[in-house]
Design a binder for this molecule. Structure first.
Ligand code: PMT
Length: 216
């Protein structure tokens, strides 16, 4: 039987990409499949937590026992996460949120001959930064960082700037780690510790991450 070390805790997990519409047919997005975040939600539920999963569009089915709230855009994810963040003991932000969205969304499909080669973009709110500002005493805030170089330095910057307890740095340049793959390898950074996790399946990675969170 799985150890029930998250019994009585509410865990809020975000997963998947966001979609930023250009017109009724097109959007800006990224390669996130949601596999990492869904694995965390599944593992947290098995360890006894009440789990709320805020998910961008993915092809995955909701893990048994998990409450899923589906969103499309970064703005929707921002609102949904903030509505539920107060009740969470642990927040894990594995979603790949689009940093920018098109400044205007066309009501009708833009015709090929009308498309402007320049898309004007505006910045989306940084959900994790806002959660760091609002963090309550005793709440644990865990971020991810998708990086292709200088993993430790970039991770340390985000850990500090976003007021996190732990950051999982994800190497997205390898074939067996990061976006879409079944496996992953995370570098975990907290104020006092650096830990390189092994290359392993995403569900096992999720359990190793939760082991570390439980020890914080
Ligand atoms: O979904 P998979 O295919 O399984 O792939 C897993 C993954 C690579 C998507 C995942 O493990 C991962 O690395 N997620 C974080 C991706 C990301 O957006 O990283 P970032 O370095 O751009 O953002 C840093 C942190 O800030 C993240 O926790 C992100 O959720 C958060 N963020 C970023 C921008 C924004 N506007 N709001 C945010 O909350």
């Amino acid at each position: 039987l799985t150890q029930q070390d998250l019994a009585g805790k509410t865990v809020l997990v975000t997963a998947g990409p966001t979609r930023e519409p250009i017109d009724p047919a097109r959007f800006l997005s990224n390669r996130s499949s949601g596999k990492m975040g869904y694995a965390i939600a599944r593992a947290a539920f098995r360890r006894g937590a009440k789990v709320i999963l805020v998910s961008g569009p993915t092809a995955l089915t909701c893990p048994a026992g998990v409450k899923r709230l589906e969103v499309q855009t970064a703005q929707e994810m921002y609102e949904t996460v903030l509505q539920h963040s107060e009740q969470a003991d642990i927040i894990i932000k594995s979603a790949a949120v689009a940093d920018y969205r098109p400044g205007e969304q066309a009501v009708h499909k833009v015709k090929k001959e009308e498309i402007s080669p320049a898309l004007s973009l505006v910045q989306n709110p940084d959900i994790l930064l806002e959660l760091g500002r609002r963090k309550k005493k005793g709440q644990l805030l865990i971020g991810f960082a998708a990086e292709s170089r200088r993993l430790r330095e970039e991770g340390e910057k985000k850990l500090k700037r976003k007021n996190l307890d732990l950051i999982a740095v994800n190497n997205i340049s390898g074939e067996n780690t990061g976006f879409e793959s079944e496996s992953n390898q995370l570098l975990l950074l907290s104020k006092s510790r650096v830990e390189q996790l092994p290359l392993t399946g995403k569900l096992h990675t999720a359990d190793l991450l939760l082991d570390r969170i439980c020890s914080l």
